[in-house]
Design a binder for this molecule. Structure first.
Ligand code: BTN
Length: 275
């Protein structure tokens, strides 16, 4: 198999590039990875592409990700699959979500930082960061994963009813983007190292346990939209399965939903949505 990534890089903060403007850091980084592979070279693991502004930033589920120039962190990393099979990719995603959680928590002291299924990061129940994970497959093997992360750092205004916030808004002071980038990169590197050793010994229980400790709404009644029927569902969050499905108790019966089945709308009694 053609290799895209060279592993065991000592310091991820030392490898990467920064551009002023790009359409999407995820798309540009993927092109870069492919262009490198064509010439027989591999990119070092943890190589990042940061942009001051994205003209076509991508969110999950085909949404757009908008950020005012120079105010937020917009970065993508090229990572290896950490020895995971394609059907285990949710573990990878959980691990990344926890690393981003920890980076955000480093800058936020007063409010609760949580992970909203599957991988949004919330501060005080408002979205502060989003993660877009795109895998590059070769002959059914995951050869490289592009992890795009947007963290609202110094943005002050958000669309009415969006339930979003920034590190500066919750902490009451401006924060250097570079400090957030360095903290995030270090958290990601140690999380990825940890994941590799957990996979090697076949024990990922502690990862799943920690994900549940940080999970927004665990044990609470939340309202979702059923995407097939367009009806609202009220369910108590029981757990997230290793497959990535969300297990809910809906009126005494247990159901498992994938991301294609339902969308989170709000907690009971809250009229605002987290996008
Ligand atoms: C989401 O919550 O919908 C995921 C948002 C991910 C946004 C980041 S910003 C850097 C990277 N490049 C993109 O085009 N998207 C991700």
């Amino acid at each position: 198999m053609e290799r895209y990534i060279k592993e065991n890089v000592e310091d991820w903060t030392k490898v990467g590039a920064r551009v002023t403007q790009v359409r999407s850091t995820n798309d540009s980084l993927r092109e870069q990875v492919k262009a490198f592979a064509k010439t027989g070279h591999v990119l070092p693991e943890g190589y990042s592409l940061k942009a001051d502004f994205q003209s076509a930033g991508k969110g999950r589920l085909g949404r757009i990700w908008e950020a005012p120039p120079g105010e937020n962190l917009l970065v993508s990393y090229a990572l290896s699959s950490a020895g995971l099979r394609p059907d285990q990719l949710f573990l990878f995603l959980q691990n990344i979500a926890l690393a981003v959680h920890d980076a955000v928590a480093h800058f936020v002291q007063r409010e609760k930082v949580e992970v909203k299924w599957p991988n949004d990061i919330l501060v005080g129940e408002r979205k502060v960061a989003g993660i877009l994970i795109e895998s590059m497959l070769k002959a059914d093997e995951v050869s490289c994963i592009i992890v795009g992360i947007g963290i609202n750092v110094n943005q002050q205004g958000f669309e009415e009813g969006m339930k979003a916030t920034s590190l500066a808004q919750s902490g009451g002071r401006e924060i250097e983007l570079q400090d957030v980038f360095l903290t995030l990169t270090q958290k990601l590197q140690s999380a990825q190292d940890h994941l590799k050793s957990m996979v090697a010994i076949g024990d990922v229980y502690s990862l799943q346990q920690r994900y549940h400790q940080k999970l927004f709404g665990l044990g609470e009644l939340l309202i979702f939209r059923n995407l097939k029927t367009e009806k609202e569902i009220l369910g108590r969050v029981l757990s997230v399965l290793p497959s990535g499905e969300l297990k809910l108790d809906c009126g005494g019966k247990e159901y498992c939903f994938s991301l294609d089945d339902i969308r989170f709308l709000r907690k009971q009694n809250d009229v605002r949505h987290i996008k």
